[in-house]
Structure formats: C-alpha cells, structure tokens
Ligand binder design. Sequence first.
Ligand code: KMT
Ligand code: NI
Length: 174
Amino acid sequence: MRAYYHDESDEHPTARHDSTGEYLDVEALKQVGVLAFVNQNADTVDAIAKERGYVARDEINVTKAGLGDAYEARLKAFYEEHLHEDEEIRYIRDGAGYFDVRSKDDKRWIRIHVEQNDLIIVPAGIYHRFTLDSNNAVRAMRLFKEAPKWIALPREPALDANLIRQQYVTSLAA
Ligand code: KMT
Ligand code: NI
C-alpha cells in the first residue's frame, strides 16, 4: 500500500501519477474515512468481515481473461467518478491497482496503490474511481452484506443531495 496526492498529469490512467511526492499514511487516509490494512491474512479478513456484518464473499479477476468481453466496459465504469451507498471492501489476492478517492476539500485525488494482501474499505458516499496499474491485472475478494447497495452512482451535481453523500460529508466535519 502506498498513497499520495495524484499529480493530474496527462499520462495514461494506469501510470503512477506520483510526481507530487506528497505521501499519505494510513492515519491520513482515515481522515477521509478510508480504512487501509496492509499484509492481512485470512484470519484477520474473517474477523473484519464478522465485525462489520459481511456474510458473503466472491472474487473478481480484473484481467482480459477474467472479464472477457466485458473487460473494456468494466474498466471504463470503474474509472468513472462515482459513489456507492454502502462501503466498498476489497481484499487484494493478487496483482495491484489504484483506488483514487477525493480529498477532504474535494479538490484533489488521493491515489491509493493496493497490492497483494492489502485490505481496503472505501466508505459509503465518498467520490472515487478505480484503475489497474501498468501490470494490468488484479484479483480481489469482494465482501458482501445481506443486501448490499452497490450500484455505482456516477458523479453529477444532483448526487450531492444524496442522503448517504450528505452523511459522509457531515462525518468529515466531525
Ligand atoms: C470496483 O468495484 O471498483 C472494483 O471491484 C474494482 C476492482 S477490485 C480491486
Ligand atoms: Ni466503486
């Protein structure tokens, strides 16, 4: 796991975009509600799942082979700025990728590089996006609640009035 402010350069999305050199640690990520745990094993994942009410899990293989015809469309959707009404929890089994989340002031992207055995919890209501890194492959465990509200709601001005979004924004001020 490595997190930093995204440099917003015109390079390909899968480039590192780390020329800012402004790194963030796990504590700084907590300030935007993101929980990141490095080097986790099956036992700790089970414990977190139990604690937070995750009752099911599956695996997503984000590669050309894993997603087949849906590959391009899925990657495009992942990279469009969006939010969910539930938290998004991923345990990286193999490969790597970038979660970009909005900074507290909503002006910058924070780029979080997740790698094997990292577990990340992206809070409900935060604007974010995902891309692979230059190795073009990630395999991740997805944890599910009973009735997950997982639809990706693309960013648009009207979405700022969404209740979950407002609760998230309020939590930042606290
Ligand atoms: C998502 O919903 O953004 C994903 O599942 C991304 C791939 S898993 C690291
Ligand atoms: Ni998402």
